[in-house]
Ligand binder design. Structure first.
Ligand code: VGL
Ligand code: ZN
Length: 181
């Protein structure tokens, strides 16, 4: 039973000082680095928006393709990443889920490599982590959400709790990084 780590959108723009910086967004980086060697495969996703995305009607412009803001956080152990996904690349939709990546198929990669267990972490709990974990569970993967390795936008207080509840109800297992063997 192969297992993979999906690191969602740990990008400069979602970290403090970024265009859509979330509180303590950068704090997930050491947690992720501490578990990164425990997986058969490590996959990252990046929000990779065109400048004229309709997504920017709902959000301040962020993670525009090929900008510094769209780069992965500098302290993330990028050399451990086996597959890099780009998503939100169309100008007509949000593309919250890593399963909507357009450069390659996440589901295809996981099936080809016989990955059953998918561990999801990163930014943000209430948007792209949630969307990715829900898609994973619906695709039939055993889906784990690493609760101390994700941070929310929390546009409304409690959005993170709601998101975790939604993932749990969809069949995801919630666990902490220290519980991963
Ligand atoms: C995200 C808001 C807008 C995320 C992306 O990565 O969770 N959130 N775009
Ligand atoms: Zn976005």
């Amino acid at each position: 039973m192969k297992k993979a780590l999906l690191i969602v959108d740990v990008q400069n723009d979602f970290c403090p000082g970024g265009a859509l910086g979330v509180k303590d967004g950068d704090k997930v980086v050491p947690v992720i680095n501490s578990i990164i060697d425990k997986f058969d495969f490590v996959i990252s996703s990046q929000d990779w928006h065109p400048e004229n995305s309709v997504h920017f009607q709902n959000w301040p412009p962020h993670c525009v393709a090929h900008t510094h803001g769209a780069d992965l956080h500098p302290d993330l152990q990028k050399e451990k990443i086996n597959l890099k996904l780009l998503k939100g690349t169309a100008n007509k939709d949000d593309g919250y889920s890593a399963f909507e990546a357009t450069n390659t198929s996440l589901a295809g990669f996981l099936h080809e490599n016989k990955v059953i267990n998918l561990y999801v972490c990163g930014l943000t709990t209430d948007y792209c982590v949630k969307a990715s974990a829900l898609d994973a569970a619906n695709e039939g993967f055993h889906t784990y959400v690493i609760t101390d390795a994700t941070k929310p936008v929390n546009a409304n207080p409690g959005d993170d709790k709601k998101a975790l509840q939604e993932m749990y109800q969809a069949g995801c297992t919630l666990l902490e990084s220290g519980e991963i063997r």
